[in-house]
Design a protein around this ligand. Structure first.
Ligand SMILES: *Cc1c(COP(=O)(O)O)cnc(C)c1O
Length: 223
């Protein structure tokens, strides 16, 4: 537990001066570990499964900002509306529109990031670059009534080829800029969430404003 606290302090010493925010990815780790990170000053935590998130919320302080970072099934949307500070992993327009209608129904505004797929792996999900740009060029965000798109999220290819990883991060950050050029009136579209334990320094070099770190803080996950 002391290790968790030390890691949190270390990350904040490095990231705070850069203006980069830390999401401590606590998926598969127990509430006590989250509590140690919280006591060391961490407030943003990332979870990837709805049931696990809902089970943890009542066990932990209410000023935690929960970020949902996993694939969100449409049949679980209603359950997490109003529970998160940011849904980072909106990977299709269909999911976005559903989040919007459920938020409207619940009387809340949901903050989201659009997940962009640039990595080599087919298994990763998200908007293709073309879909993403098309969405903003055709101003379909104007249909949203209770959802605020705060920026983008993405993952780099899982490879040792650092040039490829840097190029993926650059592509994600550049797509956010292109969306802003297509729709310069967008407000609060500033977040670029990219970088995990293995690749976050490259992500920051390429424009990340939010990094998502799990293993390096909490240790290996037992699935
Ligand atoms: C699990 C996860 C992370 C954290 O990865 P680590 O390699 O453990 O730092 C980051 N982002 C997403 C989307 C994840 O699912």
């Amino acid at each position: 537990m002391k290790q968790v606290a030390d890691k949190i302090l270390q990350y904040h010493r490095t990231l705070d001066p850069l203006g980069v925010e830390l999401v401590a990815v606590s998926k598969f780790h127990p509430a006590e570990m989250i509590r140690s990170a919280y006591d060391a000053g961490q407030r943003i935590f990332g979870e990837s499964r709805v049931q696990e998130l809902l089970a943890k919320i009542p066990l932990l302080p209410s000023d935690i900002k929960w970020h949902f970072i996993g694939h969100l099934q449409t049949n679980k949307v209603r359950q997490i509306i109003g529970k998160t500070s940011l849904i980072e992993s909106v990977d299709s327009e269909r999911l976005l529109n559903l989040i919007d209608s459920e938020s409207l129904r619940a009387g809340v505004v949901t903050r989201v990031l659009l997940q962009i797929h640039v990595a080599q792996e087919e298994t990763k999900s998200g908007f293709s670059p073309e879909e993403f740009i098309d969405f903003f060029t055709n101003r379909r965000f104007e249909n949203l009534k209770a959802t605020h798109i705060c920026g983008v999220m993405g993952m780099a290819s899982n490879t040792d080829d650092t040039d490829r990883v840097a190029a993926d991060f650059n592509a994600i950050a550049t797509l956010r800029q292109r969306a802003l050029e297509a729709a310069p009136d967008l407000r609060g579209f500033d977040t670029v969430s990219m970088g995990m334990s293995g690749d976050f320094p490259l992500a920051i070099k390429n424009g990340a404003t939010l990094v998502r770190i799990g293993t390096d803080i909490f240790g290996e996950r037992e699935y």
